[in-house]
Design a binder for this molecule. Structure first.
Ligand code: OGA
Ligand code: NI
Length: 359
């Protein structure tokens, strides 16, 4: 990399936050987005839709009632909370606490797990920031630890923090719990789409579907009116399960042009949202919601997202069973790896890849 390409290597935000009074210009959102009342977001008109997973998977009428709730949550917001998910709260608490410990370690210890090869070339896994693809890209106020957790036999354990010692075991256990939750939800969604086979969505993952855990650490930010924790985006995956901070809000979803705040999530409920891949597969019946994270001037925030993605070689396209003369395909097909590459490119321009795929 030439010396003048140093803009490709962003700073660790936690280090920056510790020394600057004012965020550097690269973090400031565009002029037209700076209306503070808009960044603050609106209160959701109703409580966040909540699905009881135990009821959804029951073999009596309660499953139908819960499925009706699920349909309404998907059609109105594209996201919902899941309670009674069967993952032990103690595992979730311990994992969040272990990851907090990791982010609190000195920089040198974290850099062992860096997502930059030889300090410069970006790769998906490891500790660091999103890729910077253009010089004028606006950067987000967060640091990340991104790990592929499934397939289990393809884990790159050299990127998995060895300290605190409990980290790897907890992440493994949490991964197993989330897998059951994801399977249950995708089966219920397949029934809502009236697919012949309950595994109709799960069957779309191909030979090597993968699961990616992304721990995000958002330091307190001196200018929440000018800086975002994560810029507006859609998740590119099929489904996301988010374990959000219990105490600090910041996540917002957009609907009909208005940003709505998700209050801090209590009781270790999981927040689930539809991704772009599922929007395409369902031929637009389920929509992947646009979301962002705002910053907080006083408190740091942490979250853990689990992204469920298809095989990278898989063509993402509307499920054939959902199409007929009256319901033609509304999206072009695209190989998942190309979708990911296009997503990064559109994201850096603050645009949405899904718009480019609409027929
Ligand atoms: C993401 C994301 C939300 C959060 O990582 O894609 O939207 O609350 N995170 O951290
Ligand atoms: Ni997201």
């Amino acid at each position: 990399m030439a010396a003048d390409e140093s803009w490709r290597v962003p700073s660790i935000v936690q280090e920056l936050a510790a020394i600057v009074q004012e965020p550097p210009s690269r973090y400031l959102i565009p002029e037209q987005d700076r209306r503070h009342d808009q960044l603050a977001g609106a209160e959701m008109p109703d409580p966040v839709p909540t699905i009881d997973l135990q009821r959804l998977l029951a073999s009596d009428d309660s499953a139908d009632e819960e499925a009706t709730e699920l349909r309404s949550a998907l059609l109105s917001w594209g996201f919902f909370l899941v309670t009674n998910h069967g993952i032990a709260t103690s595992v979730m608490d311990a994992l969040m606490s272990a990851s907090r410990d990791f982010f609190r370690k000195p920089l040198e210890e974290k850099q062992v797990y860096s997502n930059l090869i030889e300090g410069k070339q970006w790769q998906l896994e490891g500790y660091g920031n999103d890729p910077v693809t253009t010089q004028d890209q606006i950067l987000d106020w967060c640091d990340r630890l991104h790990l592929m957790v499934e397939p289990e036999d393809e884990r790159n354990l050299d990127r998995w923090p060895g300290h605190p010692e409990s980290f790897r075991g907890l992440l493994h256990e949490y991964t197993l719990g989330c897998q059951r939750v994801k399977d249950g939800i995708l089966r219920a969604m397949a029934r809502l789409l009236e697919l012949d086979d309950d595994d109709g969505i799960l069957g779309q993952f191909g030979d090597k579907g993968s699961t990616h855990a992304r721990f995000s650490y958002y330091p307190a930010c001196p200018r929440p009116d000018l800086v975002l924790g994560v810029s507006p985006h859609n998740d590119v995956c099929v489904l996301t399960l988010l374990l959000a901070d219990e105490h600090v809000g910041g996540l917002q979803f957009q609907r009909d042009g208005t940003w709505y705040c998700v209050p801090p999530v209590h009781g270790r409920a999981l927040l689930v949202n539809v991704g772009v891949s599922l929007e395409i597969m369902s031929n637009g019946i389920f929509k992947g919601p646009l979301h962002r994270v705002v910053t907080n001037s006083e408190k740091e925030r942490m979250s853990l997202a689990m992204f469920y993605t298809t095989d990278f070689e898989k063509e993402i396209e509307p499920i054939a069973e959902l199409l007929d003369d009256k319901r033609p395909a509304r999206y072009k097909k695209i190989k998942f790896k190309d979708l990911v590459a296009a997503h990064h490119e559109y994201f850096s321009k603050r645009e949405r890849v899904i718009e480019s795929l609409k027929i």
